[in-house]
Design a protein around this ligand. Structure first.
Ligand SMILES: Cc1ncc(C[n+]2csc(CCOP(=O)(O)OP(=O)(O)O)c2C)c(N)n1
Length: 620
């Protein structure tokens, strides 16, 4: 179904359009991307760069029958627009609107849910193997960026798919960028392939030589393609892994892409297509500064010359500045990021001490084992990784760091529910997964100043420590700062009869809850737990004796969270107080603003106060 303006085109329409019409559609799509993402926020630059490649994929494949696995999935806005979600783009990343990532629940054309890097080749290979086992017939395609190709698991997948020799197509969308510039030896290797430019040069040379001979040009075209692919440079790595390499191909040339995709589709073996694209294409500020427009909040597209205003004074900023200060005092401090240099605040230290900050690429497992080696070599590594992405290195944290009891500090940015990126990006599991690890200390600051103090404390502990802090502007609750070390729970607000034991960012919510309860005549104390693991048992036993009603509040999954462990301790000690554990339920939290999500799950201060009142009434 198409509308009158020929705007809302669907994948079937794309198949019947000529190249010129597709090029015009690409312009329209870019306008739409800009219009919507500037309003909703989202991954702009990656989508602007992949418009033609997506059109070519839709031209050559049946996205409802063939299985396309998009790596990370942040670049699927164009695919969504072509699969019945053109109008829903207005609701992108909004509560109950469409997700910023592929979701099988949203469309049959979204073959694989993603959000974390490195899954696409394995997933497409899995589909291909299932197809073969069932004797079915469809194409399996992985679309992966050069950043995500750095994930170790991408090579594990290439390695096994190449050996199996089943038809599988891997499309590398090479824009030379991860979020920041791509790093490492493979990035250099791709750079060499790119600059060899032979594919494009040959194509242009032949076209130029035959430009005054249209008949000859036409006649030569078929032969030209064959010659072209025969003498193109090859990627020895992927070829030796068992893939046929095609590229580099201009990822903005719809005809060239169509041609190479058709050729790949007809192969009876694994094929690797190397497409070169420009991240941010068509929106100059994003072309000039793709990192800034990789993931953006809402911005005004008419003042397009300047990047959107980023919130300053975030927890990441506080952490980055504090770490650089600590590094100035102690040259054993080194820092590691997994492709998130700016986002984690490490660029400040990188500028001052470039030799002591390492970007591992999107390789969290490697980053953690690398830190373990650095620690054994006499350094104090600080690994700054988002809570959700550290899940990728769960075993490395246990086996490489905790088992050897090494002094590695994990700075867990974006802990707790982060909002609009949805299920894959909520950092709600770290309290549970880190607390299960022997030797690990888990700290949660209530505000920016406490984050600084905890970092200093962690660097002196000489053991594994994780500091979890949320996304966004750092709170400043220094009015509640009492002269106690960061390793002891802190009384933030006095009260009696009832108390809230709050973890990290939940402290400010707990203070609000307490204020609301006070209006109803209930005096409720608030404690800042600070150390979530190990639990301070003597403190908690005092609490169990002193209060009849205890609420625990955390920005984390309640299953095996700190509240659950406090309740278990109370049961073990035969405490007489009642305990109510509050936090995110044991499920995947969808996308929406954090405020909306808190309201939906009863975790905003008003709802928590209401729950508390009802709970107290039930007890009486
Ligand atoms: C495991 C994991 N670590 C980190 C991220 C954060 N992240 C999202 S996109 C991205 C860069 C991806 O670069 P690339 O694959 O080249 O895609 P591009 O955006 O350049 O098109 C990163 C690091 C993630 N999604 N998953």
């Amino acid at each position: 179904m198409t509308n009158k303006n020929n705007e809302k085109l669907l994948t079937e329409d794309v198949k019947h359009m000529d190249t010129r019409s597709l090029e015009l559609l690409a312009v329209k799509i870019r306008e739409r991307l800009l219009e919507h993402v500037s309003r909703t926020g989202g991954h702009l630059a990656s989508n602007l760069g992949i418009v033609e490649l997506t059109l070519a994929i839709h031209r050559v494949f049946d996205v409802y029958k063939d299985r396309i696995a998009w790596d990370v999935g942040h670049q699927t806005y164009v695919h969504k627009m072509l699969t019945g979600r053109w109008d829903s783009m207005e609701t992108l990343r909004q509560l109950d609107g469409i997700s910023g990532f592929p979701k099988r629940m949203e469309s049959r054309s979204d073959a694989f849910d993603s959000g974390h890097s490195g899954s696409s080749i394995s997933a497409a290979f899995g589909y291909a193997t299932a197809r073969d086992l069932k004797g079915e017939d469809y194409a399996c395609v992985a679309v992966i960026g050069d950043g995500a190709l750095n994930c170790g698991v991408s090579y594990e997948a290439l390695n096994s798919a190449g050996a199996q020799q089943t038809p599988l197509i891997v499309i590398l969308n090479d824009n030379e960028m991860s979020i920041n510039s791509n790093v490492g030896g493979v990035a250099k290797h791709l750079q060499n392939l790119r600059t060899s430019g032979r594919y494009l040069a040959i194509k242009k040379d032949i076209k130029k030589a035959t430009q005054n001979m249209p008949r000859l040009q036409k006649g030569l075209s078929a032969a030209r393609d064959k010659v072209k692919y025969a003498i193109m440079p090859t990627d020895a790595i992927v070829e030796q892994m068992g893939f046929k390499y095609y590229g580099p191909v201009d990822g903005h040339d719809i005809d060239a892409l169509t041609e190479v995709l058709e050729m790949a589709r007809d192969q009876k073996r694994p094929v690797f297509i190397h497409a070169i694209t420009k991240k941010g294409k068509g929106f100059i500020p994003a072309e000039k500064n793709p990192s800034k427009f990789h993931g953006t909040g809402p911005f005004d597209p008419s003042t397009a010359t300047s990047a959107p205003e980023e919130a300053s004074g975030t927890y990441s900023d506080v952490f980055g500045a504090a770490l650089a200060e600590e590094a100035a005092e102690d040259d054993r401090i080194v820092a590691i990021t997994a492709a998130m240099m700016d986002a984690t605040g490490l660029s400040v230290m990188k500028e001052r001490f470039p030799d002591r900050v390492f970007d591992a690429g999107i390789a969290e497992q490697h980053a953690v084992s690398f830190a373990a080696g650095l620690a054994l070599g006499g350094f104090k590594p600080v690994v700054a990784i988002y809570s959700t992405f550290l899940q990728r290195a769960y075993d490395q944290v246990i086996t490489e760091v905790c088992l050897q009891n090494l002094p590695v500090v994990f700075a867990l940015d974006r802990s707790g529910v982060t909002g609009r990126d949805g299920e894959t990006h909520q950092g709600s599991f770290d309290i549970a997964y880190l607390s299960s690890m022997p030797n690990m200390t888990v700290l949660a600051p209530k505000d920016g100043p406490e984050l600084v103090a905890m970092l200093q404390y962690a660097l002196c502990l000489n053991a594994p420590v994780a500091i979890r802090y949320p996304r966004g502007k750092a709170a400043d609750l220094s009015e509640y700062a009492l002269p106690a070390g960061v390793s002891r729970p802190q009384l933030v607000k006095d009260g009696r009869y009832m108390c809230i034991l709050a973890a990290g960012s939940s402290v400010s919510d707990a203070v609000e809850v307490s204020d609301l309860l006070e209006e109803k005549g209930i005096r409720c104390a608030v404690y800042n737990l600070r150390v979530l693991k190990p639990l301070n048992e003597s403190f908690l036993e005092e609490i169990f004796r002193e209060y009849r009603h205890v609420i625990t509040l955390e920005d984390g999954d309640v299953f095996e969270g700190v509240g659950t462990r406090i309740a278990a301790l109370a049961a073990e000690k035969h405490a007489e107080c009642r305990i109510k554990v509050m936090g995110w339920p044991d499920c995947f939290i969808e996308h929406g603003s954090t405020q909306e999500l808190k309201e939906r799950y009863g975790l905003d201060p008003e709802s928590v106060a209401e729950t508390a009142v009802n709970w107290l009434e039930e007890q009486d």
